[in-house]
Design a binder for this molecule. Sequence first.
Ligand code: GDP
Length: 454
Amino acid sequence: MQKTIAAISTGNAPGGIGVIRISGDDAIKIADSVFECSDKSSLSDLGGYRAKFGNIVIGGEKQDDAVALVFRAPKSYTGEDVAELSVHGGMLAVQKTLEAVLAAGAQPAGAGEFTKRAFLNGKMDLTQAESVADIISAEGEAELKASYGALHGRLSRSINAVLDRLLDASSTMAAWVDYPDEEIPELEYSELEKTLEFCKNELENLLRNYDKGQTLKAGVDTVIAGRPNVGKSSLMNMLTGTDKSIVTHIEGTTRDIVEENVRLGGIVLHLKDTAGLRESGDIVENIGIEKAHRALDAAQLVLAVFDSSSELTDEDKALIERCRGRLSVAVVNKTDLETGADTDIIENAFDATVYISAKNDEGLESLENAVVSLLGVADFDSTAPLLANSRQKQHCENALSSVAEALDGARLGVTYDAINVMIDAAADELLSLTGKKANAEVVNNIFSKFCVGK
Ligand code: GDP
């Protein structure tokens, strides 16, 4: 018998509603001991997918109004009996209800333990379980869409389509080799090649999509650079829609690095607004400038800001040189003023140049388009199956290399026995990917990264 577990499933902050989830054989009995239905009925008599209004009662005293939801095994998130108590979402109300549930016999759930049980009870495979964590942590739209697709089996279906063909080919070959006297039709080498080509293609497609998916998932470290007063902080504010960076006309105001995450065209940019790049006599400002140089070196993407209203300075030209060969967008600001800069020099040096007026909030769309196209995610299809992490990618790569080897073997007419070894190796990798063959350590490691309550 699995122990019954409980945890707060809503966030660690006051909110309208807080949910305590209980899962296991005694879930409903335990919920019954802290929850009193207003119609005096018992949750234990309630069928699955039913709700009751009532009160949380602790030590004979009514603590809060609540709604109890009952799910019956196997038709629940975990596949076990589940009760969920929705109470008012004050931290104390939620905590006290959880304590009462634990006092009634439930054990505190570990990180991701509900989802782990769902996996162990066959409610979802590992890729689906991992997508639950991804949905929770998603900041970008494309990531959310891809994770939601994975939760509903988009990746699993694609992997299983490959796996089915591999296992089919493997069993036919094994039967033919092992039972030569039976009337088992021989698998033609040409058929085998076709199957392996299909598998190779599918796996290659998955891997091709991975890097773009990672850019969308992990976000992009981005630095806003430029000499003082070109409008870096104003650009930051335009992007964040706040006044987090200090905007002033006094040179050298942004002495430290201001950081913010913004979503631009579905991509999350981890933005750093840096001190203006210039020679300065001010010790404190120089520390900021030094940090700016280091941030610039480390950034994946540079938004190099120039002032369109004044001639390019040596500092501007130095920045142009530093951006050569880097993923960078020239952001020519202050287009509301008369043009004074030679923008041809900028346009010739950068792969993408956009014109904005941070003051008037103009040009955000062209900046968005430039960033999306520069990062190569413009054609990213978030409805396609997507490998979510390096674990999945590694298994996919290993499977691909075995499939490629098997395909070479088939083309060279290598014996079925030998090809089957390679096909089995590929199948093993895919079974590990979806969790059908994952070892306990890997599974524990995956779920340890979840939050408690999920
Ligand atoms: P930073 O030193 O590069 O961070 O520049 P700031 O964002 O602090 O801006 C410097 C000055 O330029 C401020 O007085 C801003 O109001 C002004 N400024 C910023 N963007 C624009 C713009 O698009 N048009 C005009 N006319 N002024 C701007």
